[in-house]
Each structure stands twice: as structure tokens, then as C-alpha cells.
Design a protein around this ligand. Structure first.
Ligand SMILES: Cc1cc2nc3c(=O)[nH]c(=O)nc-3n(C[C@H](O)[C@H](O)[C@H](O)COP(=O)(O)O)c2cc1C
Length: 191
């Protein structure tokens, strides 16, 4: 069944997670609604070899950071939830405190109020007390998944894409999406 997933990209390191998620969702023919923050575009320029146009083309729909007229700004527009990959500590702080001053944050706020799945691929190290306190406020909500994309070393990743894909595939499962690349531990790894 086709899913409707909002993909938010914030300005933490790890833009590759957004890229791989968009590629996978497109290949599986799911509908994606993309919002990239202005800080994220700076990181993308530094970390990825893909143009803005080509990244946007991977999504079914994409919106400007401050376009509050976008359908995803309203709870009346039904979606299967939102993945924020990567998720900065600024975005965590804003969501945890109900601040919705850009479309990415508003879409996350909508997911929380509508009890839809919100997966946060958080990325920062080390974590301060403030980061942990903000994450605590979110972790208590049953529909929010705090998902630091830590490498599954037991899956013996062959290369960086393999390593990234394992985390992306695990994150997509929270939306009921099974990616064939996911390697499952069954007392040993499945091939
Ligand atoms: C190259 C680069 C890497 C960054 N990495 C991180 C990071 O891993 N985690 C984080 O919380 N912020 C990181 N930042 C800082 C955020 O981009 C910054 O806090 C920004 O305000 C986040 O805004 P946004 O959440 O609206 O995208 C990074 C910035 C740059 C330029």
C-alpha cells in the first residue's frame, strides 16, 4: 500500500540519511512531501554531491521552508507521519517546546497533535543536559520515536551506503514500510 510520508531535512550533519530515505521511498513508490531547512541546504552543499534541483526531484512534492499554506501544515491533510533525517538539536528543541515558526516544525507539531508517527533521526555528540531534557519531553510521547542513526555493527556493513541504509530501513519500519535491504538479526544475520 502506498504511504504518504513527510520527509523533513534539518541542518544536522548526516544529509546522506535524507538522500537514502528519499531514494528508497521513491523506489518503493511511496508519496513523499519534502521540506529542507535553510541550514540543511548549507550542510547538503558540504556533505553531498547532489544539486538542490536533483534532491527535490526525488520527492513527490516539495515545499519552501516558510510556506505555511502547504497541505502538510494542516492536520486535515492526512499523512502516515514524518521522518526528520537528520534532526538537529535546534529542531529537537523547537518541537519539544511547541515552536512552529517554519514549515518543518509546523508539520512535526501537526504529527504530534494528530498522534501520527514522528521519527527523529537525531544527530549530535556529545549531548548536553539541555539536549537530553528536550529529548525527554519528546520521548514520553507514544507516537514519537527518537532514532539516533547509530551503525548496526553486527550487520557488518560493506561500505558507508550499506551502513546508512540499515538505519534508514530500520526507521522506515515505524511507518509500516519494509525495505528489502534491512538485515535482520536472527541469532545470526540474514543475507
Ligand atoms: C556542517 C554543519 C554541520 C552541523 N552539524 C550539526 C549536528 O550534527 N547537529 C546539530 O544539532 N547541529 C548541527 N549543525 C548546526 C545546525 O545547522 C544549526 O543549529 C541550525 O540552526 C539548525 O537549524 P534547523 O534545525 O532549522 O535546520 C551543523 C551545521 C553545519 C554547517
Amino acid at each position: 500500500m502506498t504511504k504518504k510520508i513527510i520527509v523533513g531535512v534539518s541542518g544536522a550533519s548526516g544529509a546522506i540519511y535524507a538522500l537514502r530515505a528519499l531514494i528508497k521511498l521513491k523506489n518503493m513508490q511511496h508519496e513523499t512531501h519534502l521540506i529542507v531547512s535553510s541550514s540543511a541546504w548549507q550542510v547538503i552543499k558540504n556533505e553531498l554531491e547532489i544539486s538542490k534541483e536533483d534532491l527535490i526531484k526525488l520527492a513527490s512534492y516539495s515545499y519552501d521552508e516558510y510556506d505555511f499554506t502547504a497541505p502538510i501544515a494542516s492536520g486535515s491533510f492526512q499523512t502516515d507521519g514524518m521522518l526528520i533525517a537528520p534532526c538537529s538539536m535546534k529542531t529537537v528543541a523547537s518541537i519539544a517546546n511547541g515552536l512552529s515558526n517554519n514549515l518543518l516544525l509546523r508539520a512535526a507539531d501537526v504529527c504530534i497533535k494528530e498522534k501520527r508517527t514522528l521519527v527523529l533521526m537525531i544527530r549530535e555528540t556529545p549531548l548536553s543536559y539541555i539536549h537530553i531534557d528536550n529529548l525527554r519531553k519528546l520521548a514520553i510521547l507514544p507516537n514519537v520515536v527518537i532514532f539516533p542513526p547509530l551503525p548496526a555493527w553486527y550487520a557488518k556493513p560493506k561500505d558507508l551506503i550499506d551502513l546508512v541504509d540499515q538505519s534508514v530501513a530500520r526507521a522506515l519500519r515505524y511507518f509500516g514500510i519494509e525495505d528489502k535491504s534491512l538485515r535482520i538479526w536472527k541469532g545470526g544475520m540474514e543475507d
